[in-house]
Write a protein that binds this ligand. Structure first.
Ligand SMILES: Cc1ncc(COP(=O)(O)O)c(C=O)c1O
Length: 408
């Protein structure tokens, strides 16, 4: 029995690792000085379509909309499910009603996937680096994690094959973020996507296809999602969310799975939260029905491309020759690696004091790799604030270097 303050904790409680990323929200809220926010992967405040939401909200969840405040169906509000099927028709995420379950954000999709497929001690492949909360979810179900490196073309599938051979057992689940990966921004090449699915089929593994950023492409040619490439093969469990394309505080997402899984998803969800927030599902249903998403995404994509370039220019101005960074064609993040090495965990409090929030690289690896890297989000801040934030980051790196050399 594990114990904390003498309480009879479950064994799994010891495997709960939490998220450095999420904890930064309350840490930042408690700061009183000006901070440029590169830490959370959140849309810009001005990118949240509050005027449209207020307008349609008055009708859909305003006075008299009693039904919207009742419990919803566990699989999701019928209006939202129907509007989503229509919205996704003809895209790489095209789906049908019987494959669709509305969730409380992408995180609940990840939790449901692990709840259904991960037993204690199962091998779960994660990208390295990976989304902190994704690996934390697998760990909360007591998985053994196998970290597989990512390069500019995403998950290194040949290395995956090799590491699985050496592990002497096949993975139960492969957790992949194929497009504009969090944190690196890399996208898995088409060839690797196909090979990954072939390998998963040969192993009998499930693939969690976590793709919250795919609709936010501002450069390059679209790639088919794992969902599309799988063509209905039940091994792909796709997790999607409105968090990055509309607003994260809504906490509404969806999963797209083999229809046979839906009764299990419903049972699991009924034991978790009964249903996803009903008023906000209604609000999103109307947002989609009225055709707002397409125009909204067009504006956001152009703006995020501009912000990425602003961040790269600022990095070039301050860190040329001292660091490398990625060049994503969409999404929210740049991944910066320092050479010579900078201890980014030690950098974090200094950067915060200078007025810029980052996430240290080791937060994206369960075994704490990438001590000399960091993730910065270009989506949240204007180009001017990005320039200011990178200048502050450069001052913080210099202060850390001065402190380190003073000590030695
Ligand atoms: C790769 C990835 N998956 C899932 C999520 C979780 O999404 P949500 O905020 O909708 O729970 C995020 C959010 O940062 C993410 O980056």
């Amino acid at each position: 029995m594990h114990s904390s303050a003498g309480l009879p904790l479950a064994a799994r409680a010891a495997d709960l690792v939490g998220s450095v990323i999420d904890s930064s929200t309350s840490l930042l809220a408690s700061q009183t000085h000006d901070i440029v926010r590169f830490a959370m992967g959140a849309p810009a405040p001005e990118a949240i379509p509050t005027e449209v939401l207020a307008e349609i909200g008055a009708e859909t969840i305003g006075a008299g909309a009693h039904a919207a405040f009742d419990y919803a169906a566990t699989e999701g509000d019928p209006g939202l499910r129907a509007a989503l099927v229509e919205e996704l028709a003809g895209t790489s995420d095209e789906t049908t009603l019987e494959r669709l379950t509305i969730t409380s954000g992408g995180m609940q999709g990840l939790d449901l996937a692990c709840k259904l497929f991960v037993d204690p001690g199962d091998l779960v492949v994660v990208e390295s680096p990976t989304y902190t909360n994704g690996s934390a979810t697998a760990l909360s179900y007591q998985a053994d994690l196998l970290e597989v490196p990512v390069d500019d073309d995403g998950l290194q599938v040949d290395v995956l094959e090799d590491l699985v051979r050496r592990a002497g057992r096949t993975p139960k689940v492969v957790y992949a973020i194929p497009t504009f990966q969090n944190p690196s921004g890399a996208s898995m090449s088409l060839e690797r996507r196909r090979r990954l699915l072939d390998l998963a089929r040969s192993w009998g593994s499930m693939v969690i296809d976590d793709d919250p950023y795919g609709m936010l492409r501002f450069e390059g040619e679209p790639l088919p999602t794992l969902h599309e490439l799988a063509a209905g093969d039940p091994l792909v469990f796709s997790v999607r969310t409105f968090s990055k394309i509309v607003a994260p505080g809504l906490r509404v997402g969806w999963v797209d799975t083999a229809p046979e899984l839906q009764p299990l998803l419903i049972n699991a969800k009924q034991a978790m939260d009964t249903c996803t927030n009903h008023p906000l599902q209604r609000l999103l249903a109307r947002f989609l029905e009225d055709g707002h998403l397409g125009a909204h995404l067009d504006t956001q994509r152009a703006e995020y491309g501009r912000r990425k370039r602003a961040m790269q220019q600022a990095l070039e101005a301050h860190f040329a020759g001292r660091a490398r960074w990625t060049d994503p064609q969409g999404g929210f993040f740049l991944w910066v690696t320092f050479d010579p090495a900078v201890d980014t965990e030690a950098l974090f409090p200094i950067a915060l004091a200078e007025g810029v929030a980052i996430i240290p690289g080791n937060a994206f690896s369960p075994s704490k790799r990438f001590p000399d890297a960091l993730r910065i989000c270009f989506a949240t801040s204007s180009p001017e604030r990005i320039a200011e934030g990178v200048a502050r980051l450069a001052r913080a790196v210099d202060r850390l270097a001065a402190r380190t050399s003073g000590r030695s």
